[in-house]
Design a protein around this ligand. Structure first.
Ligand code: GDP
Ligand code: MG
Length: 439
């Protein structure tokens, strides 16, 4: 998205004012950039129209170049498109607040249940979860385990019961226990179907929830608009939670939700960890979409990357020369995440600018590494020695990941080099030699 927009801005350099004529080409770029970011077409159309109207209608501001002015208008419109302000969760005035989660399969509903409970617990609220996915026993177990992890009780009644009945029983239990917030997990399907909608309607009728939040995977892309519309029309939602924003999604879903449903995104999930849930800031998201970022999310990102416990665990591994491919992957991903953040660094005066090409390059080589590591068995990931010792194993990984044997060897060497470098860094000199790769 960024590079498309950059060319849009560049086309305005040297112009005096914004006119219908001179914004035509930048607007085409913006349009294309948004479509490439998976924003749905009707949303793009309305957005481009709104920006064009504003741009032409706005007089020249002294000291502001037209291209800067257009950036500002686009940014402001993006923020508006996503609802403007942060939307807080609503709480019931009396009795427990009930939050019903809905969404397709695999989007992160069950994870969000526990994350949200932890999030609210930190605000001093007591929570209870209801296991409403009765189609897969594993789903109930998953919620029970996550509940334990965040220290929140889970109401489960097995799989031989209708979700609406579980909802009723769970709610009663919550009232008895005087719980502040009840969060109900539900089953998802791969696609929207009538059975799922009817079931949700029934559950909603029983619970009379304060919030009905649609959980949307940020990677959904173009289909997000239709998805949100259907759930909103059929069930009636009060907002959305956007998950997996830590992945390389292009942000399209974030831009469509509010526009098509009138309901805001309230929270975003940024990782698999229970702590990775935060409020949705339209302003920051607009910054991210524009590739400008902002210093605030930069600071947060940096903290996220260097989480204390992670660092400590890593240090232990390094000291005992156990640094393996799992750690390698974690580490490399952390660095890659910092890479996208470096665009922000570029905006801080006095700091060097990292070019988009460099970032793309880094992201590409991460993908290559990931595919090779994915082709390894768990044992190979934990014992990279196995790969150093066996050319047969390296060959198999090369074949499975579609990379060359040379690339695999390189990756293995890289891991051992990292071990040595890190050991040296820590001042531990013993055992620091590089093993040769056997054939
Ligand atoms: P459900 O089918 O909607 O209940 O989805 P789950 O909660 O079971 O999540 C599906 C997968 O997505 C799990 O492996 C989660 O760990 C993962 N997941 C959920 N939220 C996030 C997120 O914000 N970031 C990432 N990277 N993974 C997530
Ligand atoms: Mg689930």
């Amino acid at each position: 998205l960024t590079s498309g927009l950059e060319s849009a801005w560049n086309k305005l350099k040297g112009e005096e004012v914004l006119t219908k004529e001179n914004i035509a080409e930048p607007m085409r770029d913006i349009r294309r950039a948004l479509l490439e970011a998976d924003v749905s077409l009707p949303v793009v159309r309305r957005f481009v129209q709104a920006v064009s109207d504003q741009a032409v209608g706005t007089g020249l501001i002294r000291g502001v170049r037209p291209d800067q002015q257009l950036v500002k208008i686009v940014k402001d419109e993006l923020v508006k498109l996503m609802g403007g302000e942060v939307s807080e969760l609503a709480f019931a005035k009396s009795g427990p607040t009930v939050i019903l989660l809905a969404g397709l399969q695999g989007v992160g509903k069950t994870t969000v249940c526990a994350k949200l409970a932890l999030y609210l617990k930190k605000q001093g609220k007591s929570c209870m979860l209801i296991a409403g996915d009765v189609y897969r026993p594993a789903a109930i177990d998953q919620l029970v385990i996550l509940g334990e992890q965040v220290g929140v009780p889970v109401y489960a009644a097995g799989t031989e019961i209708k979700p609406a009945d579980i909802a009723r029983q769970g709610l009663e239990e919550a009232k008895k226990k005087n719980v502040d917030v009840v969060i109900m997990d539900t089953a998802g399907r791969l696609q929207i179907d009538k059975g799922m909608m009817d079931e949700l309607k029934e559950v909603k009728r029983v619970l009379n929830p304060t919030e009905v939040l649609l959980v949307v995977d940020a990677m959904t892309g173009q289909e997000a608009a239709a998805l949100v519309t259907t759930f909103n029309v059929e069930i009636g939602i009060t907002g959305a939670i956007l998950t997996k924003l830590d992945g390389d999604s292009r942000g399209g879903a974030a831009l469509s939700v509010k526009e098509v449903s009138g309901k805001p995104i309230k929270l975003v999930g940024r990782g698999e960890r229970m702590e990775d849930l935060e409020p949705f800031y339209p302003d920051r998201m607009a910054g991210r979409v524009l590739g400008m970022g902002d210093v605030l999310s930069f600071v947060e990102k940096a903290q996220e990357v260097m989480r204390q416990e992670d660092a400590e665990e890593l240090q232990k591994k390094i000291m005992s020369a156990k640094f393996d491919f799992n750690d390698f992957l974690k580490q490399t991903r952390a660095v890659a995440r910092m890479g996208s953040v470096s665009r922000v660094i570029g905006m801080i005066p006095g700091m060097g600018k990292v070019t988009p090409a460099q970032i793309r390059e880094a992201e590409k080589s991460l993908k290559v590494m990931e595919s090779m590591i994915e082709a390894m068995t768990p044992e190979e990931r934990e014992k990279p020695e196995l790969l150093a010792e066996s050319a047969t194993r390296r060959k198999r990984i090369a074949q499975e990941s579609g990379k060359t044997e040379q690339q695999v060897s390189q990756l293995v060497s890289q891991l051992f080099q990292m071990r040595v470098r890190m050991k040296n860094l820590m001042g531990v000199m013993e055992g620091g030699s590089l093993p040769a790769l056997n054939n």
